[in-house]
Design a protein around this ligand. Structure first.
Ligand code: SF4
Length: 309
């Protein structure tokens, strides 16, 4: 999922990265300016990235219900599917790295056998319908069938170019991806236990993998993680990538949205964060949206009736 095609790599290196250098980002919108306006959080409230960037509820009432009214929502089948698939990809990447360290670069067959045998551990709620559980397992298997040869291909390709690579170097070159990287977002008014995916292709690229429909606000979450990294390590993070994976057919169909984390996105993140913080601080109910997605975990509460799974 994280490996760019040759065309995407060229687009990144020859277009996006030079554009980032030319256009630049306003210094006050870099994460390292967290102690000053406009990045300084207006309230002493911590939000998760999905609370700021997950604009599935048009009015933000989901956040009000969760944080002010303290009503828990049940994850929809689509959310469970996304979580399981995301976890499967992360486990595969981690297992591939583990096998390189365990077997060593000289035992490519051992690495390949170990990775082909690997089954990600997926935990599903006990009350999940049997057919939905079977669908999750089928899609996780589809991900493994697709990802394992690609990861092995990257390892052998790297060894073909650099046959004397030791374990650490092989991992860094063949699988330059950090899954579920833990970040402390407190400088920006975010949670201290954020978790994002990132990779290094000529600079830090923040990734988000989505198994559902494309939405414009998906870029907002990636922007938030990029700015948090800047606040922690004071290096620029200019590129984001959202990987859309459609698992409905016989093979995964993958589309990548590579983009600049530009001033507009950064300002959008700040505006969303400040507005959500204000709503929580004032304990203000923003009201039921005119149109609600029927998979929303609060559908029955807000609108009556059962939600669609
Ligand atoms: S049902 Fe509608 S208003 Fe209520 S939380 Fe969901 S999307 Fe928002």
């Amino acid at each position: 999922m994280y490996f760019l095609t040759e065309e995407e790599s060229r687009w990144l290196l020859k277009h996006l990265i030079p554009r980032a250098r030319e256009e630049g980002v306003a210094n006050e919108l870099r994460g390292w300016n967290w102690h000053d306006s406009p990045l300084e959080p207006p309230y002493d409230i911590r939000l998760t990235v999905s609370e700021v960037a997950g604009k599935y509820c048009p009015t933000g009432r989901d956040l009000f219900l969760k944080r002010v009214e303290r009503v828990e929502s049940q994850p929809s089948a689509a959310m469970l599917m996304g979580t399981a698939c995301h976890s499967a990809v992360a486990q595969l990447i981690e297992q591939a790295k583990r096998l390189i360290y365990l077997k060593g670069p000289e035992d490519l067959d051992g690495i390949a056998t170990g990775l082909r045998k690997f089954q990600p551990q997926i935990t599903l709620p006990e009350n999940l319908a049997e057919n939905q559980g079977a669908l999750v397992r089928e899609r996780v298997q589809k991900i493994c069938d697709f990802e394992v040869p690609r990861i092995l291909g990257k390892i052998s390709e790297t060894l073909a170019k650099q046959p004397y690579s030791a374990c650490d170097s092989l991992v860094a070159q063949a699988i330059p991806v950090i899954c579920e990287q833990k970040l402390d977002g407190r400088f920006l008014g975010l949670s201290p236990i954020l978790s994002c995916d990132s990779a290094f292709f000529g600079g830090a690229v923040i990734y988000d993998v989505k198994f559902g429909q494309k939405r414009d606000f998906h870029r907002l979450g990636v922007t938030a993680y990029g700015m948090v990294m800047e606040s922690l390590w004071e290096f620029p993070v200019d590129i984001g990538c959202i990987v859309y994976v459609d698992l409905r057919g016989s093979v995964p169909v993958i589309t990548r949205d590579l983009f600049l984390i530009d001033d507009e996105l950064r300002q959008w993140f700040i505006d969303e964060r400040d507005e959500k913080m204000r709503m929580l601080y004032e304990e203000r109910d923003p009201g039921v949206a005119e149109e609600c997605p029927e998979y929303c975990g609060y559908y029955a509460l807000c609108r009556g009736g059962a939600r669609v799974q």
